[in-house]
Design a protein around this ligand. Sequence first.
Ligand code: ADP
Ligand code: MG
Length: 262
Amino acid sequence: MDDAFGFCGAGAPDMPPGHEALGDGAPGGEPLVRFERVSKVYRMGEIEVHALREVDLDVHQGELVVILGPSGSGKTTVLNLVGGIDTPSSGRVLVGGTDITKFGDAELTAYRRDRIGFVFQFFNLIPTLTARENVELAAELVRSPRDTDEVLDAVGLGERAAHFPGELSGGEQQRVAIARALVKNPPILLCDEPTGELDHETGRKILQVIGEINRSEGRTVLLVTHNSAIASMADQVIRLRSGAVDSREENPAPTDPQELKW
Ligand code: ADP
Ligand code: MG
């Protein structure tokens, strides 16, 4: 198996086939994602914006981590750094023990393609393609994609697969976006304000889908939100304020997303 980044690992012996590809195979051991004193400074002419200030964090294989903070606190920047979309100004971003800040363009492209699924607040679907075609397009990018229809079924969209995004509700469009991320079979799912555009009931259903992907498929999830009510579904909650980690808590008894209220 392709293990260019060294984090396929051997997998735990009791894992079902295929799950060895989902992480470093060492739950509770070395973290799957680690930030070491990560800072990000955006320079806009004379002005420096400190988006992240010496952030340390650990995310373990199979964890669902919620990153909480007000607008502008650096949440999207954290996801973009994990996703290899952006690079830090200083510090190290380790994924499966490999420092991805040392990657060149080709390695970063392969990393984003094979290891990362991204779900955005505004869905970012291609409007001229049907739900199924949006998912198929992503499937074509990778060597061993999952079955498109199976993934559409898994997010509860089997019936609406032939519809265009404009014919779908916000919640349905977000399900397509999740299916598009999942069809690549990524070990890490990054969700940036995935319920930001959805009403409460629809948002809760989307969080249930994300929770299910985490619990039953063992995929590691980083979910960013400004909505503190969502935090109780997490295994770990990281609070950001002005680009710095304000607090970090483990949650031994995460709430079922169905029970969340806001
Ligand atoms: P959040 O997602 O928590 O709202 P962001 O990570 O998007 O916060 O942004 C953190 C800070 O960095 C904000 O002050 C934002 O304006 C700034 N920032 C983000 N991206 C850029 C960029 N490309 N250029 C300049 N400043 C940026
Ligand atoms: Mg953001």
